[in-house]
Ligand binder design. Structure first.
Ligand code: 1CP
Length: 346
């Protein structure tokens, strides 16, 4: 069976743009907040397949999205490597930082898949819920953080503006830092591949902090590892679309599109749709890129932003999405209106 999202990601323009939104499940939905109360910590929810699969389904039931992204987090990967990871209420993630090559000894791949088994089970459950509830057009998306973005959290130990520890390590000891990146590349290929075996029909690699690197570092720590992962993944799953999301890197996204070997490019809100149509969509299918704040604001501003995107990108292979995740204050009605507008667009 052909699903519009998968067809678009394989390069076939669709009469109606398929749509899903990054962070489409989460705190802006009352049904998520309700279910979240029962779960204790955020990671407990990620490792509870019954609940995580329900959360994944929530935006599908409400809006009929074309993509269901498995509910989990990028930081389950360092956690599965034995690093201490915590989500403190209202504070974001906290990790026990790895700052030098000797610290790599604290990481182990011994229990990697065992630790991530609940995520694979969530994928299996979502696939069967999609089939049972007759969401025949909705494709299941697996994901991972990219090595650079994972390293940012692993080395700095949590959210940051500039990830100074990570950058400093990468500049001062590229070989030692490279060992961490190589380990992550191998694990990510394994992880994405296991997600496909559990039912993922496309995968996305989130490089949320790609934009903090200069052009030399960008080639080395964003493009090169991504290409390695895509090549490893393609050997195992040649037909599964691979979406890359190098957020905030401006014009370097062109180098990424040309050299990383991803099959589709997810664009941030800074990229003008008209320019993206001429430059990126000639190279590959694109996904994006409405400003999440525009969705939060709603109304005419949202409609004209959606129109700008659809006019310029809607004719080629394209997936409608935001340029970053849904913000938690977003009224769900705005999402409903946006999805309706995309469906009605001619
Ligand atoms: O209590 C809560 O509900 C916590 C909020 C939350 C949620 C809903 C976090 C904490 N993660 C998630 C889910 C999540 N994270 C998904 C689920 C699927 C969906 O999209 O519906 C996905 C794909 C992610 C990916 C993720 N996590 C990224 C990459 C995308 C991005 O937003 O840039 C990153 C950087 C994270 C780390 C993370 N997870 C959560 C927080 C608060 C953070 C830190 C973000 C930061 O540093 O600003």
């Amino acid at each position: 069976m052909t699903k519009p999202l998968i067809e678009a990601l394989k390069g076939k323009a669709q009469p109606t743009a398929p749509v899903w939104l990054m962070r489409q499940a989460g705190r802006y939905l009352p049904e998520y907040r309700e279910l979240r109360k029962e779960c204790g910590g955020f990671l407990d929810l990620c490792y509870n397949p019954d609940k995580a699969s329900e959360v994944t389904m929530q935006p599908i039931r409400r809006f009929g999205m074309d993509g269901a992204i498995v509910f989990s987090d990028i930081l389950v990967v360092p956690h599965a490597l034995g690093q201490k990871v915590e989500f403190l209420e209202g504070e974001g993630p906290k990790l026990d930082p790895i700052r030098q090559v000797e610290d790599l000894r604290r990481l182990t791949r011994d229990k990697f898949h065992e630790h991530l088994a609940p995520v694979y089970e969530t994928l299996r459950q979502v696939r069967s819920k999609l089939a049972n509830e007759k969401f025949d057009n909705t494709a299941l998306i697996g994901f991972s953080g990219a090595p650079w973005t994972l390293a940012c959290y692993m080395v700095d130990g949590g959210s940051s503006r500039d990830f100074i520890h990570t950058k400093t390590w990468a500049y001062s000891d590229p070989n030692g830092f490279g060992d961490l990146m190589d380990l992550l590349c191998e694990c990510i290929v394994d992880y994405l591949s296991a997600q496909v075996q559990a039912g993922a029909e496309a995968v996305q690699l989130f490089d949320s902090w790609a934009g903090i690197l200069d052009h030399t570092m960008f080639s080395r720590w964003v493009i090169r590892p991504t290409r390695k992962i895509v090549e490893g993944f393609r050997e195992l799953h040649p037909d599964i679309p691979f979406i890359g999301f190098p957020r905030g890197c401006g014009r370097l996204a062109l180098d990424y599109a040309q050299n990383s070997k991803v099959s589709a490019l997810s664009l941030d809100p800074q990229t003008a749709p008209k320019w993206a149509a001429n430059v990126y969509q000639n190279l590959m299918p694109v996904q994006g890129n409405m400003d999440p704040v525009c969705l939060l604001s709603g109304g005419l501003t949202m409609q004209s932003a959606a129109e700008d995107i659809l006019v310029h990108l809607g004719k080629g292979p394209f997936v409608f999405n935001l340029g970053h995740g849904v913000i938690k204050e977003t009224p769900p009605e705005h999402v409903e209106e946006l999805v309706q507008m995309i469906r009605d667009w001619k």
